[in-house]
Design a protein around this ligand. Sequence first.
Ligand code: WTA
Length: 640
Amino acid sequence: MEHNGALDSLLQEERVFRPLPQLVIEANVNPQEYDAAVRNGNDDYLSYWEDAARELDWFRKWNQVLDDSNPPFYRWFPGAKCNIVYNALDRHITTANKNKLALIWEGETGDTQKFTYYELYRAVNRFANALRSLGIKKGDRVVIYMSPLPETIIAMLAVAKIGAVHCMVFAGFSAKALRERINDAQAKLVITADGFYRNGRPINLKKVIDEAVEGCDSVDTVVVVHRANVQVEMNEPRDLWYEALVRQESPECPTEVMDANDMLFLLYSSGTTGKPKGIVHGHGGYMVGVHRSLNWVFDIKPTDIFCCTADVGWITGHSYVVYGPLMAGTTTVLYEGHPLYPQADRMWDVIAKYGVTIFYTAPTLIRMLMRFGTQYPKMHDLSTLRLLGSVGEPINPEAWVWFYKNIGRSECPIIDTWWQTETGSFIICPFPISLLKPGSVFKPLPGIEADVVDEQGNPVPPGKGGQLILKRPWPSMLLGLYKDPERYKEAYWSQVPGAYLAGDVARKDEDGYIWIQGRSDDVLNIAGHRIGTAELESALVAHRAVAEAAVIGVPDSIKGEVAKAFVILNEDYNDPEDPDELLKQLKDHIRRELGPVAVVKSIEIREKLPKTRSGKIMRRILKAEEMGEDVGDTSTLEND
Ligand code: WTA
């Protein structure tokens, strides 16, 4: 079985870590309750999820828990009326949460903004009213291309509050990638900032927007938040300053009543073709999955301060910076900038300053900070921490143990959560009470049934690698791919009949613990970000010097994986005078095409690429050569 990850040390890990007795006693879900939930989730998963749904507020109850009459287009809670923003904000205003901190934001430059639930609610209402007055209605798509700012969260919530659909685009994407998404979504309105701070420098975002929306017929309005004082050109009447727009608006605004399966957001993610997939989530099922998973898995208590380092432009930010923490009534901490600015203790400083109790991050960040040794964490009081979390890529045991010892004082469990943009919320992960094995994501959550299977869909024996599948629908599952029902069926539901194919290679051990090895498709996981090899290849061949390109993932000690490209040059470029200069140009070109999110470590010029007889490039062979492994079966290779 092919896999892109190279964390082979995962295969030998045998240590087990136990939670402290106090933590088990105080847990929201104790070991007996956990066992009961697993049992209930297996015996009658619909009533298990119905119980989870009852913890939230609905305008009208469902007719049925799950409509499975048209698989794989499963619909949860049909007939129900709700709005996730009602649960994230409105309902707190009449409780003791009203004056509690909802959001703590820290800018890279050290400035801080704090919002109580009441203040956030009113800010969202103002912007929601402004959006309505700009003609944005239920179902309209709004693209948000922003750095982490309070207004980024306000914008998401305001869009959802009035029933429109938000489509976040990570600020590391290029103008071209942004334009493709705006066009596909047919967005009427785009929200951005003038710029943001990263590594001590202001980065101009508005410039990217100007380039991206040129020629986008659907876009009527661009709303610009003032953040970094960078020089921007306001193109009237299209461009409006956020601050001027909300000033006159009322802080009260009715929340749109939505059907449970109305669209909440659209989020693009890389697939196996050059065209990103528009992953669609709705209000009802998504809120149930996110709410239950956060409260149970991260054991949310009234005094918690929750800090998730993900960018709001990715699914982790949607579910566990914004919606999950706010629905739970906890305090979410958002940091704007680079984790190494001004030095390698910035994250530890944030934890100490705000008394963060739960710190949820990615292996890439841990590996990056590990390099600087323990002197930085030692400079800060990290004693408020009680739980740690990891997401986005397999965590190697070395990073796990470093994080556990030096950040968690060998007392805080590490909750390694496996899930995807498509799954909406955690799917496979431990609870604070679980016995942990570093590098394993533990077992499926109650109510979820997962397995590891071979090509024929049969379960593989313990220790053997196979495809990870989910055997039943779950509430926070994607509703589908935007405007592409066929691709949805084909990509996820066609390989193993009746099951959802995750696209990851995994194995189970003798104890039923699951170990994720990496993607099984042509998608790379660079620093926890999904990038399709096909996207990189089409960016490369768009350069006039390149005739053909093949991209593979190669291991990287910090980013987990980075891209390596092999190119065949066009005849006119066959003998470049300065090959280094050409390679540099190609790297710059990829950055322009896709944005800084696509990290290509090296590009190698070749005269030939290994192909099948039907002309498909065999990346598997390039990868094996690169890794110094046996190239395996090459019987389908074309003849020389
Ligand atoms: C990978 C991010 C190992 C996996 C939430 C998955 C992980 C892809 C883990 C989804 C983990 C995510 N251990 N691998 N704990 N979490 N992945 O859509 O390959 O950005 O398919 O969602 O990240 O990435 P996405």
